[in-house]
Design a binder for this molecule. Structure first.
Ligand code: CTP
Ligand code: MG
Length: 171
């Protein structure tokens, strides 16, 4: 099993295409208050967690809260796809601004798994092609995560790896 030994104070980026299982993983391993989800912030600012038009306001709000948490010394998990280097760079910069270690947990599951999950979801009405695009962008840029500034990068590539992974916090 993959052992995720997180620094006690970290900015944890949960990275993966839609339906890769980020929110499920977050709910299983972290306190609800530790997890800042882009969809939850979309809902907070617009009443619609799927509103793409609300993305800028949602991320402004998410970063504001994340910054407050990090300056208070609280481990913070960012539940957003973060498949593009630009999206991730903002997370690394935020962590650095608060002298906190940025770490990445990547959920890179097979395309067939993502597509099957997506098809079964009533809460995601966009076409499956969107997910394939996200997955492709992630795989194209995955090797660069260390260079982007993430101090640890864990990549979970199967449902078994996801389900058996253990999360620890090390001082
Ligand atoms: N799911 C599953 N088995 C898992 C994890 C998730 O069947 N081990 C299902 C969930 O029940 C959900 C879907 O897959 O219906 C997507 O999981 P979720 O955790 O919501 O994925 P996210 O990555 O958070 O997707 P999004 O970016 O769209 O929020
Ligand atoms: Mg989610």
């Amino acid at each position: 099993p993959i052992d995720l030994a997180l620094p006690e104070l970290a900015l944890v980026a949960l990275i993966g295409a839609s339906s890769s299982g980020k929110s499920s993983f977050a709910a299983r391993h972290f306190l609800p208050s530790e997890v800042l989800s882009s969809d939850a912030f979309r809902a907070l600012v617009s009443d619609d967690e799927n509103s793409l038009e609300a993305t800028a306001d949602a991320f402004d709000s998410l970063f504001y809260v994340a910054g407050k948490r990090l300056s208070r010394g609280r481990l913070t998990v960012i539940d957003a796809t973060s498949v593009r280097p630009n999206d991730r760079q903002k997370l690394v910069d935020l962590a650095r601004a608060h002298d906190v270690l940025p770490v990445a947990i990547v959920l890179d599951l097979p395309r067939s798994t993502l597509e099957a999950r997506h098809a079964a979801r009533p809460d995601r009405d966009f076409p499956a092609a969107v997910i394939v695009r996200q997955m492709t962008e992630l795989r194209r840029t995955l090797r660069g995560l260390g260079k982007e500034g993430f101090r640890h990068v864990w990549v979970l590539r199967s449902e078994t790896e996801v389900n058996t992974a253990t999360v620890r916090r090390v001082p």
